[in-house]
Design a protein around this ligand. Sequence first.
Ligand SMILES: Nc1ncnc2c1ncn2[C@@H]1O[C@H](COP(=O)(O)OP(=O)(O)OP(=O)(O)O)[C@@H](O)[C@H]1O
Length: 425
Amino acid sequence: MLEKNNLGDKRIVDLEADSEFRFEVDFKAQVQIKLVKGTAEIFGTELAEGVEYTFSGRKAAVYTWHEYTANETPMTSYLNTHLAIQQLRDMARSSNELGPRVLVIGPHDVGKTSLCKIMASYAFRQGEKPLYVSLDTAEGSITMPGAVTATAISHLIDIEEGFGSSATTAASMGSTTMPLAYYYGYENPSENVKMYKLVVSRLAHTVKSRLAADPESRTSGFIIDTPGLINQVGYELIWHAIEEFSVNVVVVLGHERLYSDMMKTYKNQDNISIVKLNKSGGVVERDKQFKVQLQRSKIQEYFYGTPKCELSPYSMLVNFGDINVWRVGEAIAPSSALPMMVGTKDSETEVVKVDSFDMCLHSVMAILDADDAEHENKLLQCSVVGFIYISDVNEEKKKMTILSPSPGRLPRRHVLMGSFKWMET
Ligand SMILES: Nc1ncnc2c1ncn2[C@@H]1O[C@H](COP(=O)(O)OP(=O)(O)OP(=O)(O)O)[C@@H](O)[C@H]1O
């Protein structure tokens, strides 16, 4: 394998069987990798021989099999888990039932997303079309940070750009393969547990009804990626996800106590298998700054595309009167009115209308799939048709400048604001 960095330094790396070449590239740097001879993969997607792949802002590993005996990486156990799940798919096919519902849990930075990608890629390579569900609102691997999403794996996950070039682009172009998304609006599930549960339940309901109507995906089932959940709130959210998605395989990655707690909780339920897998030595802890940069680049990608598939967003003026901006939480009331408000609102899952448009500046907002006349109590249950960014607010003229991936009028007038702000660079 040939590695070349942006200073032009090149080197050849010989990969032994069942070993990985791990690399980290900063957001400002670039590295090129070419498979000169043999076979190798990145998170389950095979590299083509002789093709130069470019990476920036990534931490990843090139892995090669050749033989399945050595034990230096956990890849053999990942493959075996996939094979066992594949058997469940075969069984589902013979009885025309819903395929495996796999939930991957564990602390932060143990490789949950990477494992989900690997399992989804292996399934795809075996002719399956599983759904990839992401409950990780910090990451925004599909569409935007703050959203919980589901997308069909109908082509290989891109080596260089992960989900970037396929799912995000489909999302921003409003394509029919637009991932299914519900907007939570915060990074961390513990910021508003009730609201998080609400969007997860909605997503689960829609995923299950989509699968019921889609014979191709139904028997392939789905794989759910989660945020690092191991505290009290985390357990509550895991139980909730298992219930709502009717999960039947729980994969616990890199955490002994979480595994034994899950074994205890589900010991009387034969229909749920709990699997323990080790964390790969290659998984890198990403500091806060790297994660913030990752979120920024996800937002940027949504509007401007990726190096392989650039997009040109549209900037347009919208009258304050043509858009309804909502946010979750109590209305900001004058202090004299406060005693009257206490106990009257379930503020965690109720929306309030934003009247002061100044606070919208630099916000990312989800356009909700709601009719103009939809009752405000129903808005949080609506899926997302796309996202916009507020680049300017002119209180005098009562207009906002918005950035949108598609031209023309806003497809819907109800938009939901979360806590994500962004500055175009
Ligand atoms: N075998 C490996 N070699 C090198 N880098 C890896 C390997 N596996 C994962 N990584 C990298 O380690 C980082 C953390 O992995 P990943 O995102 O899969 O963890 P996670 O558990 O999903 O994290 P989170 O806490 O965000 O949910 C990522 O940048 C990923 O690309």
